[in-house]
Design a protein around this ligand. Structure first.
Ligand code: ZN
Ligand code: CU
Length: 496
């Protein structure tokens, strides 16, 4: 009989706090980390009982010499709401060391949604009509508990979903008082059901008519539950700075913790604006909880929309609902083929998806490096030819930005994807390697960790992510999913 489940020995632990690595053994039992001790120790005490190491028996022993052991990564910005059911192995994420995904970003979430009419952009990013079947967050939660994936999930409630329901599809205007009340009620229910907060997608048709006050009235609801407010801001290009100011105001007036999603400067004329935006954010941090996430690429990806095309250097169309056999192609080539304008291409293909090349390396580096910025992939799993961020984000930060470019230490990189993220999103006992914490763990070879997914071949797993545990169970080893599904629905810290 084994005393405990798993021993990981001789690894260098980077514990997620940002502090320097240390040599330590680690014991996992059930879903928790129960002991950390130096490999030279002969005796340890676990839960007030003393043990001689040489007498202990484990179900599994892993020698992690020359390897780094870290907390499981938290992808704070995802659109995996349906993906966790479509592919419960969640290979695109566990192959990167991600063990928790925050879903429901950019104003769109599978739940709560009870509406049968046509839905505006970007809601179709989450899937076909039939996947929108959760009137309440608890319905989504219960389905996840019944059909868990290899990773944990926490859900933000999408503002656009509340809007479309409360306004009965008439979303091209500000919500009136009664409609705001309906949205607030829906949000109360969602928070009671276990949602961790609210997300907005103010740049998109579904929500761009919502004035700042509408958002503030909703954010105030979050305050009661200690919920978080995340925002795909109204504008990430010409009006970036005003949008940052708007976000700061929403956080300040409502008093809720706020996260700017996928912070970027889109379009050549806006390159360099991150100096100012980060300064504003840094100043605001003195008075309120304000954070941001970002992904390590200079191209973005979302639905194919006319308003996003003009500012990009290059646009790759990746999917279309109308032209099913569309091959990934530059929008200018498609326009030539169709013998029409670029805008006509949008009408002919809509709903469709695209990759927009429109950011600058200097802004990206500055934002990634910013003290306390978190990593979120913004990957779009429904896309047959997705942006490489879906499979590559986390190893790319570790391999390219930390090891090769030395933008920050490995310890700091890990902090941006674990400890910082869990603390910001209120994920209890996650994000750190610490006794009593959940055993979400990654074993990495820091010498060769790197992303392999590219714009041409986006579905290739990364190198150097050797073994991944979620809640104490092995979910990924040697480039293969282990077909264990220990993921939990995380409800975040509740106000009491
Ligand atoms: Zn977004
Ligand atoms: Cu997003």
């Amino acid at each position: 009989m084994a005393d405990f489940d798993t021993l990981i020995s001789n690894g260098h632990i980077i514990d997620g706090t940002g502090e320097k690595r240390f040599l330590s053994n680690l014991i996992i039992h059930n879903d928790k980390i129960i002991s950390l001790f130096h490999p030279s120790k002969k005796k340890i005490s676990i839960r007030n009982k003393n043990y001689l190491i040489k007498d202990l028996k484990f179900k599994r022993e892993i020698d992690a010499q020359f390897h780094i052991v870290t907390p499981g990564f938290i992808d704070v910005h995802t659109h995996d709401d349906q993906n966790v059911f479509d592919d419960p192995t969640m290979s695109c994420k566990i192959s990167q060391g991600v063990t928790t995904c925050i879903v429901g970003n950019c104003g769109i979430s599978l739940a709560p949604f009870n509406f049968s009419g046509d839905v505006p952009a970007p809601i179709p990013l989450l899937g076909k009509k039939e996947v929108f079947k959760y009137a309440r967050v608890r319905d989504y939660r219960d389905n996840f508990i019944k059909n868990p994936s290899s990773i944990n999930v926490a859900l933000l409630t999408g503002h656009s979903m509340l809007r479309v329901q409360a306004m009965n599809g008439d979303y091209n205007r500000a919500a009136d008082e009664e409609e705001i009340k309906i949205m607030q009620d829906l949000l109360h229910k969602a928070m009671k059901d276990g949602s961790i907060g609210l997300s907005t997608g103010l740049a998109y048709p579904a929500a761009s008519s919502a004035p700042t006050d509408e958002i503030i009235e909703l954010a105030k609801v979050l305050k009661e539950y200690n919920g978080i407010f995340t925002t795909h801001m109204r504008n990430e290009g010409d009006n970036l700075i005003n949008s940052v100011k708007e976000t700061i105001k929403i956080g300040e007036v409502s008093g809720v913790r706020t996260v700017i999603s996928h912070h970027k400067c889109a379009g050549r004329t806006n390159w360099g604006k991150s100096k100012k935006s980060l300064k504003l954010i840094e100043n605001a941090k003195n008075n309120q909880h304000l954070d941001l996430d970002c992904y390590p690429y200079t191209a973005s990806s979302t639905m194919l929309l006319k308003e996003f095309i003009a500012r990009a250097d290059k646009v790759l169309v990746t999917w279309s609902d109308k032209v099913k056999d569309l091959k990934v192609n530059d929008i200018n080539n498609i326009a030539e083929e169709f013998n029409c304008s670029v805008n006509d291409v949008v009408d002919k293909l809509y709903p469709a998806g695209a990759i927009y090349f429109q950011m600058d390396d200097d802004d990206l580096n500055r934002i990634l490096k910013f003290n306390g910025s978190m990593i979120g992939s913004d990957g779009l799993p429904g896309d047959k030819h997705p942006h490489p961020r879906l499979w590559g984000t986390f190893p790319r930060v570790l391999g390219k930005y930390s090891r090769e470019m030395q933008l920050f230490s490995l310890e700091e990189a890990i902090f941006k994807m674990t400890g910082k993220s869990a603390a910001t999103f209120g994920l209890e006992k996650r994000g750190l390697i610490k006794e009593g914490y959940f055993a979400d763990i990654v074993i990495i070879d820091e010498r060769n960790v790197i992303d392999n997914a590219t714009y041409e071949k986006p579905l290739i797993p990364s190198s150097g992510i050797e073994q991944v545990f979620t809640n104490g169970q092995l979910v990924w080893k040697n480039l293969k999913a282990k077909l264990n599904f220990p993921g939990k629905f995380l409800e975040g810290k509740k106000f009491n």
